[in-house]
Design a protein around this ligand. Structure first.
Ligand code: ADP
Ligand code: BMX
Length: 305
């Protein structure tokens, strides 16, 4: 996989199905020409989610035989089966043959990939990771996801768990997350964790976005929660540097890209010895990293087939 596809080879439909939002885009010669986004309704069954995806694709003009690539939150095994790692994120908790069902409905072969893995590859090919030797990506969003490219390769493990860095643990005060693991980074730093932390101290009506806005307004309790999140992400960056030797990490997701979040992570990293501080950059494809990455992987045709 050392050669990355040229950006203008990206033609087709890309889907990014996350825990909070679903984006569908049409790309022509490497540029997004149409894009639609809706809020995820996590409680819907997979069949109902697929009805929605199909109607979104049709509404932006899906053509016969057009390439379709889908990035999705959750683990994808080598046969294209979907599993929740954090079983609290979507209502569906059991294994689902997502690739098979997408291909049957759309009557074509489809590329299916974990969302953070797709975003990693998108940033590596066309964004903050262009030209990097050892590059990583972290999304701070509904959950915490990620991936890495080492010496031009996006490594793949048979059961699709690799890159699920949100389920590594932290020295911070974490709880048990929906993966069943204790004190995970996801249980401290993610959007769901930020909202849950606010709820525990008597603010049950806010999502992470509301809490972030309060942090920006200087409200103490909100800043404390946000700093727990940025501290855990800084720790994760140091760990990724130690384990994989990453030189450069891009931060994405709506929380990772929120005003000032990356600066607080950099502040946390300043407490690490210099050797353990990778260069930290915002994801330059912003909300579209996974859309570009999924289509780029479809050009290579080596994902879950
Ligand atoms: P997904 O998880 O579906 O990929 P996002 O990357 O948008 O979606 O992440 C969703 C999380 O980001 C939610 O917890 C939401 O409250 C939070 N969020 C959305 N917009 C902002 C913002 N401007 N600032 C901070 N947090 C945000
Ligand atoms: C969770 C996990 C990952 C995903 C990451 C980011 C599930 C359902 N999801 O760690 O597979 O990559 O969240 O997803 O187990 P997002 O929706 O927050 O972007």
């Amino acid at each position: 996989m050392k050669t990355t596809p040229p950006r203008d080879a990206l033609d087709g439909m890309a889907i990014d199905f996350g825990g909070t939002k679903i984006a569908v885009a049409r790309l022509r010669s490497g540029e997004i020409v149409k894009r639609e986004q809706v809020a995820t309704q996590p409680e819907r069954s997979w069949q109902s989610q697929l009805d929605l995806l199909q109607s979104m694709l049709v509404s932006i003009g899906l053509e016969e035989n057009e390439t379709v690539a889908m990035a999705v939150t959750g683990r994808i095994d080598g046969q294209g089966n979907w599993y929740a790692v954090n079983s609290d994120i979507l209502g569906e908790k059991s294994v689902f043959p997502l690739l098979d069902q997408m291909e049957w409905r759309l009557d074509r072969s489809v590329t299916l990939v974990n969302d953070a893995r797709a975003a990693t590859y998108g940033e590596y090919c066309f964004g903050a990771g262009e030209g990097a030797d050892s590059f990583g990506y972290i999304t701070v969003s509904t959950g915490i996801g990620g991936g890495f490219v080492l010496d031009g390769e996006l490594p793949r493990a048979g059961d699709g768990l690799n890159g699920h860095i949100g389920f590594s643990t932290s020295r911070g005060k974490g709880l048990r997350c929906g993966s069943g693991r204790m004190a995970t980074i996801e249980s401290i730093a993610s959007g769901r964790a930020i909202a849950a932390a606010a709820m525990r101290i008597g603010h049950p009506y806010f999502d992470a976005r509301d809490i972030y806005l309060r942090h920006l307004k200087g409200i103490g309790w909100a800043s404390t929660i946000i700093k727990q999140s940025t501290g855990a992400i800084a720790e994760l960056c140091g760990n990724l540097r130690a384990i994989l030797g990453l030189d450069c990490i891009a931060l994405g997701g709506s929380i990772g890209l929120a005003d000032g979040y990356i600066d607080l992570v950099r502040l946390g990293l300043a407490d690490e010895p210099e050797l353990f501080r990778p260069l930290l950059k915002p994801a330059s494809l912003a909300q579209d990293s996974a859309l570009y990455g999924a289509l780029a992987l479809s050009v290579l045709r080596d994902e879950a087939k």
